[in-house]
Design a protein around this ligand. Sequence first.
Ligand SMILES: Nc1nc2c(ncn2[C@@H]2O[C@H](COP(=O)(O)OP(=O)(O)OP(=O)(O)O)[C@@H](O)[C@H]2O)c(=O)[nH]1
Length: 559
Amino acid sequence: MEATTALALSSSLATARRSPEKAAAASSLRLRNFSATSSLHHLRAARSPAPRSHPSSSPFQGWRRRGRAGGLVVRAEMFGQLTTGLESAWNKLRGVDILTKENIAEPMRDIRRALLEADVSLPVVRRFIESVSEKAVGTDVIRGVRPDQQLVKVVNDELVQLMGGEVSDLVFAKSGPTIILLAGLQGVGKTTVCAKLAFYLKKMGKSCMLVAADVYRPAAIDQLTILGKKVGVPVYSEGTEAKPSQIAKNGLKEAKVNKADVIIVDTAGRLQVDKSMMNELKEVKKAVNPTEVLLVVDAMTGQEAAGLVSSFNDEIGITGAILTKLDGDSRGGAALSVKEVSGKPIKFVGQGERIEDLEPFYPDRMAQRILGMGDVLSFVEKAQEVMRQEDAEELQKKILSAKFNFNDFLKQTQMIAQMGSFSRLIGMIPGMNKVTPAQIREAEKNLKFMESMINVMTPEERERPELLAESRERRKRVAKDSGKTEQQVGQLVAQLFQMRAKMQKMMGAIQGKESPDMDELMESMKAEEQAAAGTGRRRRKYGNLRQRQLDAMRGFRRR
Ligand SMILES: Nc1nc2c(ncn2[C@@H]2O[C@H](COP(=O)(O)OP(=O)(O)OP(=O)(O)O)[C@@H](O)[C@H]2O)c(=O)[nH]1
């Protein structure tokens, strides 16, 4: 499944690296497409329980695939340093036949260093290294699996365990409203999380109410009121004079009257853990007897976040944590330490400032991202969220009948925009985690570049790109109106036809048939990357690409 999305994205980025604007169109087209295909793949995923290339079916596949795809150089931001550090451990095992205590010593040192640099707490690192070493050496040799791959598998499994193994779902009250009490230090993102959580729950069909019990920062009440409006959820507040425990109690009464399914109580943050803060929280807790007490912690604070979860749990008793700002420069220490240090699970992660940027915490997906295998499931879920089933089916029909046009194209761009930041999406795709920020910027620029040409096309031309393929006059006009060259417009049109062909091929593979072409598609991805990387094959490969574009145009003209 991810092979095709990776193909599209990788090709586009490879094209971005060819950089001249002439080539830019190619990348944009594919970038748009990858979101379309991902949604379509999702339709198939629903039918087939274990897509053959899903990373969780074999962690090696995703990893190997990246190896085969080669090429891309720098990684997207999330846990980048940790991923690189771990990678150097595998690399040291290239060429060995079997994992032994001796030959894993150095890779294990690399893993240890990488984890410590990621700010994972020392006792956690020690236990982790011990367990991985023991399991790695005791692992039977599996035919066709290299020892370095075997170590990746062991590390993957241990990372999943370290982060709690299973997803820890929110608990809902059996009767009456579910009460979620949010606590945390100042500025960690509590108020934002209130709104994000309400938005998330609303999507699940639950009615919510927010309760403003942070009375020390008047702006917090305003902030919550604004956010509540934004997500369409009522906010209960009594200003700054009332006691937080009383506000929470009254809020609960109001929620019962309004028959809200869930109330989320925002509490005050302090600069540091202090007695009065803990006492106040205890009072609020006692007043409403919450179903969930979640501590919001900032991922950037590394292992300190894990320590906080521990002390809050000791003091007031919590049910879990929410890790915010994972999109920032966090090194991974918090995600990896919280469960092990405090015994409490991470239930959600915040990965951006937008309301949509809160997701359940999946230890397996997180491990895959840390290992550079991407997070296809999150990616697909994001795509599914923004693309309605009917749209996906409509698009599927268009692809199958080779009618994918520039309007569909624009829709895909909008979808990508709704799915979140480019770099985050890229980080979710296996093999795509090594992309330079410059390449991401270039790809984003390319999208705009494409859009400017599509925007000046007539509705007819957008609907039927054939008109542009057939008429030089039309291409000239689009070039003139968009301030681009005729050649650039020609290339954009050629790419659309080329893409139709590719998408049809992918759809063939997706629609239940065995997918013999996946490897071929991956090879084609690899070829494009290598061509872009400036190897000796570049001219030949690029020449072929160009040739294919011309063929696509000619093929169309003949029809
Ligand atoms: N990048 C990023 N920023 C976030 C995230 N969550 C929250 N923020 C930002 O962090 C800042 C603080 O967020 P708030 O929700 O006001 O934090 P708070 O914990 O309620 O703060 P106090 O009420 O002062 O205790 C805001 O600028 C948010 O937009 C996240 O997941 N990623």
